[in-house]
Design a protein around this ligand. Structure first.
Ligand SMILES: NC(=O)c1ccc[n+]([C@@H]2O[C@H](COP(=O)([O-])OP(=O)(O)OC[C@H]3O[C@@H](n4cnc5c(N)ncnc54)[C@H](OP(=O)(O)O)[C@@H]3O)[C@@H](O)[C@H]2O)c1
Length: 214
């Protein structure tokens, strides 16, 4: 059954987190800006932290800094992966050296699998051995992450994975950047279903999911 995330109320957040966003493209930038505006400390982990794209992302936000990937991962409590799925194979080798952390996998591998792994979360878990790997932020376009409001309505986000702690953090971050609710799809076995939701993008970019209840 689709469940609301554990703390469904939008509370006044006192829990400011250090979040490493690995990859600074469309999704990475949208999440970095949203999380920074919500007061979190954002460390963008990039292959080239000095690139013009990363510099322009960092320059307008005091609480966004750019780092080599392993440095960002080491300093943060939570990692959000926003690279192409195939990059995870190499990334996982760099993450092996950091202590176990919460990893939020925002990649979509419906059309582009990380080698023989079914999806990025499975690859991350098996390659790093980390237990708190969850899927979130994969099911909607980056435009919706930049602005989750359609007029007066805030859209919903979804998460899945075996780590309740991971899903709790992912849900909190989704609400922090303006999603109305983050629904829990279930355990790891539901991740492929969550990835299929991304296919809605074929219907256009400015389109989003909202759960209605009578
Ligand atoms: N676009 C969307 O609306 C959307 C929505 C939901 C989920 N997603 C998923 O989110 C992920 C990123 O999508 P995107 O649209 O943000 O892509 P993008 O704009 O192309 O950005 C990809 C980022 O990943 C980095 N990267 C690529 N290969 C890498 C590697 N081997 N190691 C480290 N970093 C690497 C790139 O850095 P460089 O500058 O160094 O190349 C770039 O910063 C994909 O998995 C996609 O399926 C996308």
């Amino acid at each position: 059954m689709l469940k609301k995330s554990q703390s469904s109320k939008r509370t006044v957040r006192k829990n400011v987190m250090k979040i490493a966003i690995i990859g600074g493209g469309h999704v990475g930038s949208a999440l970095a800006k949203g999380l920074s505006r919500a007061g979190h400390t954002v460390l963008v982990g990039a292959r080239n932290p000095e690139s013009p794209a990363i510099k322009s992302l960092v320059q307008d936000f005091q609480n966004i800094t750019a780092h080599p990937i392993n440095e960002a991962a080491e300093k943060a409590e939570v990692l959000i992966i926003t690279t192409p799925p195939a990059a995870i194979l190499n990334l996982a080798l760099q993450l092996e050296k950091v202590n176990e952390k919460i990893i939020i996998d925002a990649t979509n591998s419906v059309f582009n699998k990380p080698s023989h792994y079914q999806n990025g979360s499975k690859a991350l878990r098996e390659l790093t051995g980390f237990g708190h790997v969850v899927k979130c932020f994969n099911s909607t376009g980056f435009e919706n992450m930049e602005n989750p409001r359609y007029g007066k309505i805030a859209i919903d986000m979804f998460t899945a994975g075996n780590s309740d702690r991971g899903k709790q953090i992912a849900s909190q971050l989704a609400r922090d950047i303006g999603f109305a609710e983050c629904y829990d799809f279930g355990g790891d076995e539901q991740i492929p279903l969550l990835e299929q939701l991304a296919i809605i993008q074929k219907a256009g970019r400015d389109i989003a999911f909202k759960i209605l209840q009578r």
